[in-house]
Design a protein around this ligand. Structure first.
Ligand SMILES: NC(=O)c1ccc[n+]([C@@H]2O[C@H](COP(=O)([O-])OP(=O)(O)OC[C@H]3O[C@@H](n4cnc5c(N)ncnc54)[C@H](OP(=O)(O)O)[C@@H]3O)[C@@H](O)[C@H]2O)c1
Length: 290
């Protein structure tokens, strides 16, 4: 396989690069500094030069709160950039995989969300990602594979796990919201799932996140449990659950953001990894064996 990967320096991109190299596939993974996905001619030109049979777009503007201010940039990257990547796939006849998000949903239900559920993004980030999905489908129809994931964490990048580890080593008390429910997803697991899907004949939208549902508070408690032996001896940390109303953010978040992954399980013939095993794998890689 000959893969053109956009967004190779991000959390997911980093894990994809490792695995694509292990699989000995040909890989072109331009850095953000060398290829801005907003630049249509440049994206199409790189694709024409490298003649991939698969383009994966893991590049995105993922700063959910900042997107509320930087509306134009969010849409340029998440809508126009995604459309440019899809156009490159169309012009080179290659397969296309787009990574999208649970934030295309409003999250006001209480049952895992299926692929065909009504979308209702609450903020600019979700809206821009949804528009990206639509542009891709306009160009490539059901041939494009759109993989929606959630609450990603991995060794390379900024994420909730790394933020908590920093707070645990510097603060005696850490307050975390306990009324938003998520499926924390390890980027390493997602990279494996994406590459498995890449070798199958499938398209359309697929939900892919680790198994299980917890609040951010419960997720933080699990991080603390595994990381505690590595904290300084006299470091005590008290975790305090708080409601969202006590932690206002520029962007509203979905309350219940758990996606139904049965379509993925049926395709892969296995259930997704549990969120806790994903967390253990991530923490093990960065020196917290638990
Ligand atoms: N993170 C999450 O919790 C989460 C949840 C659900 C879905 N997702 C989706 O999953 C995918 C991967 O997320 P991630 O967490 O790996 O994201 P990430 O760590 O933020 O990585 C995204 C990468 O895209 C790059 N990028 C931004 N603008 C670009 C541009 N104009 N041209 C080229 N590259 C550009 C970023 O570079 P800079 O860092 O230099 O800006 C970064 O390296 C994204 O599609 C995201 O929307 C993420």
């Amino acid at each position: 396989m000959n893969i053109l990967l956009l967004g190779s320096e991000g959390q997911l991109g980093f894990e994809l690069v490792k695995r694509i190299r292990d699989l000995n596939f040909a890989l072109t993974a331009p850095l953000m500094a060398d290829l801005d996905i907003v630049n249509r001619e440049a994206v199409v030109s790189v694709a024409k030069q490298t003649e991939p049979n698969l383009i994966i777009n893991a590049a995105a503007y993922t700063a959910v709160d900042q997107a509320e201010e930087k509306v134009e940039v969010a849409f340029q990257v998440n809508r126009d950039g995604a459309a440019n990547a899809a156009l490159a796939a169309s012009e080179t006849g290659s397969r296309f995989i787009q990574i999208s998000t649970d934030y295309v949903f409003g999250g006001d239900g209480c049952e895992p969300i299926k692929e065909d559920a009504e979308t209702r993004p609450l903020g600019v980030y979700g809206k821009s990602k949804l528009e990206g999905e639509r542009e891709i489908q306009k160009l490539l129809g059901q041939q494009a594979l759109i993989v929606r994931t959630s609450a990603l964490h991995g060794q390379n990048g900024h994420n909730f796990v790394h933020t908590m580890l920093k707070l645990f080593s510097t603060r005696p008390q850490v307050r975390v919201v306990d009324d938003q429910i998520i499926s924390p997803t390890w980027a390493g697991w997602l990279a494996d799932a994406v590459l498995d899907l890449a070798r199958m004949d499938c398209g359309g939208i697929i939900h892919a996140c680790c198994d299980g549902a917890v609040s951010w508070y419960e997720f933080a408690a699990a991080i603390l449990e595994i990381a505690r032996p590595a904290l300084k001896e006299n470091q005590s940390v008290e975790l305090i659950p708080i409601p969202t109303s006590e932690y206002p953010t520029p962007a509203r978040r979905p309350q219940y953001s758990v996606m139904d992954t049965s379509k993925l399980s049926n395709l892969l013939g296995r259930k997704p990894m549990s969120w806790k095993d994903g967390l253990r794998a991530h923490l093990g890689e960065i020196g917290y064996p638990g």
